[in-house]
Design a protein around this ligand. Sequence first.
Ligand code: FAD
Length: 504
Amino acid sequence: MYWPDVLYCREVDAMTEKCDTCIVGAGIAGLNALFVASRYLSRDQRVILVDRRSRAGGMWVDTYDYVRLHQPHPFFTAGNIEWTLGKAQEHLATKNEVLDHLQHCLEVIKRRIRVTELFGCEFENAEEVGGMVRINCISGEGREIEIEADRLIKAYGQGVETNAPLELSSTRARSVSPDYFDVRGPEMQASDAPVWIVGGGKTGMDTAHTLITGQPGREVNLVAGPGTFFTSRDRLFPSGASRWYKGELTSSAFTGMARRFDGTNEAEAMDWFRENYGVWLTPETGNFLGAYLSEAENDTIAAGLNEVVMGYLADVVDHDGAAEVILRSGATMPFEPGSWVINCTGSLIRGENPYEPYTSASGRILSIQNRSVTIPFPSGGNAAYFLTHLLFLGKLTQVPLYAVDAEDLRRKAPQLVMVAAFGSLQLYNLSLIAEAVPGGQFNKIVSQNGLDFDRWFPLPRRLRASVRFILTHKRDREHHRRSLDTVAERFGFRGGPVVGAGRV
Ligand SMILES: Cc1cc2nc3c(=O)[nH]c(=O)nc-3n(C[C@H](O)[C@H](O)[C@H](O)COP(=O)(O)OP(=O)(O)OC[C@H]3O[C@@H](n4cnc5c(N)ncnc54)[C@H](O)[C@@H]3O)c2cc1C
């Protein structure tokens, strides 16, 4: 049967098709897996790319319209595919710019190998039979599609879903979600009622900055939970010639944190990171998820906010002809009728998904998702990039990477533990990969990784960091392993080295 390159599931009857590699997920993780696959497969070999969304881009397809990429745009790509935007490197790409680039990545990869795109298709399950993987998908219309592949990469990555508006008791509150309501739109412009942003993370900062700069003088309040600190873009991406002597390479910043972290002292390790590389506007900062903010953005938001409330919003209720905000602590605050409540409570590592290891026992199925995280920064793309190399090199089951069940850890431990542990996890696993892949090949893999933030800095600074890594990573690895084991023991979460489907 002839398959055109782009196949929407509604056009497909029940069928069985064969390919060399099937990739589920066309976000930054899936596109990095596809990039790497294209380095090992020949022109006549075929990849089938499956995604339940209608196009490539993953969460960027339906996240809020005013989102901006928080790192300089060249550092969000598949492999080493360059942007064609023609803007300064510092430019923070818009949602449409990101989507255009991810589509461009797909087009560039398609020049090297045959890719059949199966959008609008849900991956259902897979089993290994007779040395191949049999994959079952279902179209939006309920038609069954069976794929037989030599290998399967489930690149669900972060698996981010959209947020609904908060359900509030008050009939006087206008509760909206940024994913379905553009705060720059006419309805918001026509109203001068106060705004309550709920959530002090990246979405909260994007929303506050958009409102404060777009509608100066508007009353904007922030309900900030435990408070959040961000990585200072000025420190990790200093601009112009100052990148020769100022700021710090991301790998060095994470190494500093991971060396300080011993599995018990997350507050100390995070304080060190915050003091050296952080930026924040709340009096306390119990949260950190690795998002970036500049000092200037932080100052603009801090100066433009009417009130910052520490704590969690429980509800907005009507009584005696008025309305009030109720916090989880029981504290209350007056709420002007008609005010907006914007749900910016965050969407990372939220779902409840079944556990699976990152590799099957045979090494034919690679799975990048939150239940067995190996290389967390800067996104699922980095794990997809390195682990797909291991898959094609036949080393996926040979290298006992440490995997952390981030869903479990997030439920059991404060966020700071997770991020502190993620620093150790990243360095531990990269150290194992560096040892398992011959030097020249490892250097080539690293040099083609466009997600590596260190590439912001001039070569001599990067070389110094590489030499430091080569000299110290094995010694540091034992420390990182002890830290991770201590966290696993403290919180009783699933974590440890995985070999095939088993554990060591
Ligand atoms: C609001 C917000 C802003 C962010 N901003 C940044 C930023 O500026 N920089 C940054 O580096 N990171 C950012 N992140 C983190 C971000 O989530 C990742 O960078 C990245 O885009 C996630 O890509 P992914 O491929 O890991 O996951 P996703 O983008 O979620 O892609 C996974 C894909 O898999 C598909 N899929 C999953 N299961 C199935 C199935 N069973 N069948 C078919 N298809 C399936 C999904 O439809 C989806 O398209 C942000 C996150 C959020 C929530």
